[in-house]
Design a protein around this ligand. Structure first.
Ligand code: ADP
Ligand code: MG
Length: 701
């Protein structure tokens, strides 16, 4: 039985009625559709409602589409050259309308029959007293279609397909033929308990109605069912990896908290927030059970992730292991090093920095120190991934600002220890929506710091047009007079580094001119690290009041006295990036301000970005809006995640389905981690089928 079923969907598409070898070749080439299985999973992206007929007398401007049934009564070609067009007069007894064709005129002249009966579908446009249709879709009236009553699926097509008349109508018809044959072969892919509990449409019906639904409701249910299935298997795969990895990957046991306690009692400069404490407990619980931790730490900018990471490192060091923290940029690595050094000195812990610009001499000290265990904490950039970097006993690896690192790099850190891999703590720069975190990092456990340290005042954010520049400068001056410092940020325009540079220089000059009584620093990507460092330090020490910079200051930089930020050409930045930038201020006790300067011509989307930023300081809310605006595909890190495999589900819209699917997958794995129980047989065979599909794919491409 199983054998025959598998065979059916593997049938080559050329054997389907109405396809044949030539069309099959085109479908192979254009849509990568090779088999019945491929075709049936080629879902339409929308449907046209062809259930009803409209009367010509009832047409109005507000209709997005209308379907007419009537007769052609006259065809005329008018105009010359590219003005040449065919007009077709069409009547249904209630009125007269005109169809206009600018292309394929000769084809229509040959195939349309004056006096013939047709069904037409298109968008009516008013033209004086009459309505007309430009290039409506025409079909000869026949006993099959004269009563209407179907939804036309609309598929993504290519130009070549259209030229060969392999259009949505062809695909729809072909799909019907396939579905009629395939229906008995379509097996349920979810356990019946899930189908019942979530009131899901059975698989075979869903496959039918997603292509050719009987009505709106059937389409809705089919879509819901298939999205659920898609997300269920997406989550099941991630969670299964997690369960297996937990079961099979040992971790060092960090039971002693003595060092942590020593730090806590005498060196911690502030009380931890409840969220920080909770997260530390989660981390400690993970690191004391003998299994490898793989945890994602999410928290808004300024929520205090660094100190959490440091305390986690102390857990490792207090139990005789080493720890490392890897940052995406040198500035950040450097800052972590400087920030943590005093704590380490107080505790008698050795900490060292390794980046791309560490001198050869420096490397000669640091690298052996990691290898022989005399250095307890390694802070660095990608440089830490080099093969020459080895540890005596790496117990914890913290990866800061994950989205700049790939999954492969995470895996590389795993291999740094010979016997037991280090625990892994990944920290994101800005919050990402829960739905995205579930799919992107679904194989990690999640900790969230959802609370800012006490006494933080929300940053006041205001948007001004260029014309109000002087007013904004006035506000900035007032703040400097109060002793505060200011960031002025310029966008990076990727296509031209030179233009960026010029932009920044112009900006620097105009700022020095506008603020002659103050000192100005500047940091940008083309400076040598020591130059950057020098300028940063002048600002950190308060020798300069204004820091002009490109987005190099985006991640992590921490100067509590800098409480004002001016973002130039703010329309050029993405929402999350703006939030991330803004997070550089609001780190001290003072009221902070963020001014967004833009030109006057703004798109609707830009408006939403700026308004959102002015309205809220909550990074999780901002991430949700960003996801809705841009879709998951454009958000950093998604390309490498397998997220792109989702055919139907949309993470911006299907959060509720995702949550249900994840919970369902989780519950099933809790009870039956190896999926051996009989009720989970549909899952097992579907996973096998998916795996087979994947290997087929890898053979083709
Ligand atoms: P992020 O989560 O963005 O990486 P940081 O770790 O850089 O944030 O912390 C931001 C600032 O808040 C730092 O100056 C840090 O010392 C301070 N901080 C962290 N936790 C607390 C706390 N519980 N109370 C007061 N200040 C804190
Ligand atoms: Mg940080």
């Amino acid at each position: 039985m199983t054998e025959r079923v598998a065979h059916f969907f593997d049938t080559k598409i050329e054997f389907l009625k109405g396809v044949g070898p030539q069309r099959a070749a085109t479908l192979n080439k254009e849509l990568k559709i090779f088999t019945f299985g491929d075709l049936i999973q080629y879902y339409p992206f929308r449907h046209e409602d062809r259930t009803k007929f409209h009367r010509i007398a009832e047409l109005n401007e507000n209709m997005t589409a209308a379907q007419l049934k009537g007769r052609i009564r006259g065809m005329t070609v008018v105009g010359e050259g590219h003005k040449r067009r065919l007009t077709v007069e069409f009547t249904d007894g209630t009125g007269v309308t005109e169809f206009v064709y600018f292309q394929s005129i000769d084809w229509y002249l040959k195939h349309l029959r004056d006096g013939g009966e047709y069904i037409a579908y298109g968008k009516p446009q008013r033209f004086g007293q009459r309505f007309n249709f430009s290039h409506p879709d025409l079909e000869t009236l026949n006993p099959d279609n004269e009563r209407g009553g179907y939804f036309q699926p609309i598929y993504n097509l290519t130009e070549t397909l259209r030229k060969k008349y392999l259009d949505s109508r062809f695909l729809g018809k072909t799909m019907r033929i396939l579905l009629e044959q395939a229906y008995p072969h379509i097996r349920e892919t979810l356990p019946s308990s899930l189908v019942q509990r979530f009131r899901l449409m059975p698989k075979a019906d869903a496959m039918w109605h997603i292509h050719i639904p009987d009505n709106e409701e059937a389409l809705k249910q089919a879509t819901r069912r298939l999205k659920f299935e898609e997300l269920f298997y997406n989550q099941l795969r991630l969670l299964k990896n997690k369960v297996l990895q937990k079961r099979e990957t040992p971790g060092q046991v960090f039971g002693s908290v003595e060092l942590v306690r020593a730090f806590y009692q005498s060196h911690l400069p502030f009380g931890l927030t409840n969220a920080q404490k909770r997260v530390l407990r989660e981390i400690h619980d993970d690191m004391k059970i003998g299994k490898q931790m793989n945890r994602l730490l999410q928290g808004d900018v300024g929520s205090g992730k660094t100190i959490v990471a440091f305390i986690a490192m102390l857990m490792a060091i207090g139990n005789g292991a080493q720890a490392c923290i890897m940052a995406p940029t040198e500035i950040l690595a450097d800052q972590h090093y400087r920030g943590l050094k005093p704590f380490c000195d107080a505790l008698g812990i050795q900490i060292s920095l390794l980046t791309g610009s560490t001198t050869r001499k420096g490397r000669k000290i640091v690298i052996p120190g990691f290898a022989d265990g005399t250095i307890h904490i390694a802070v660095g950039t990608h440089a830490l991934l080099e093969d020459t970097v080895q540890f005596k006993n790496l117990g914890l690896c913290v990866i800061d600002e994950q989205h700049r690192f790939g999954v492969a790099q995470r895996a590389k850190m795993w291999a740094k220890n010979e016997t037991i891999p280090p625990h892994i703590l990944v920290m994101t720069a800005t919050p990402i929506p829960r739905t995205l975190a579930m799919t992107l990092y679904g194989d990690l456990d999640l900790s969230i710091i959802d609370e800012l340290p006490a006494g933080r005042k929300p940053i006041v954010t205001e948007h001004y047009f260029e014309s109000k520049r002087l007013l904004v400068f006035g506000k900035i001056k007032e703040q400097i007079k109060l002793g505060r410092q200011v960031y002025v940020v310029y966008p990076l325009i990727e296509e031209s580094e030179k233009m960026d540079y010029n932009n920044l220089m112009d900006g620097f000059e105009s700022i020095t001119r506008a603020f002659p009584e103050y000192h100005v620093s500047m940091v940008h990507g083309q400076m040598y690290p020591y130059e950057k460092d020098f300028e940063m330090q002048r600002f950190v020490k308060g020798e300069t009041q204004i820091m002009v910079a490109t987005t190099v200051i985006e991640v992590g930089v921490n100067v509590p006295n800098a409480s004002v930020m001016l973002i130039e050409s703010a329309e050029r930045f993405g929402l999350s990036q703006l939030h991330q930038l803004r997070g550089r201020v609001g780190r001290g006790a003072d009221q902070s301000y963020c001014y967004l300067l833009t030109g006057v011509k703004l798109s609707k989307e830009t408006r939403i970005r700026l308004d959102t930023l002015c309205e809220t300081n909550n990074g999780f809310d901002i991430a949700d809006v960003d996801l809705k605006l841009r879709g998951p595909g454009d958000l950093a890190g998604t390309q490498q995640s397998g997220l792109m495999d989702l055919l139907l589900a949309d993470l911006a819209k299907d959060g509720a389905v995702l949550k249900a699917a994840r919970e369902a997958a989780d519950a099933i794995l809790q009870e039956d981690p190896d999926l051996v129980q009989p009720q989970n047989e549909p899952i097992r065979s579907h996973i096998d089928a998916l795996r087979k599909e994947e290997t087929n794919w890898s053979k083709i491409s």
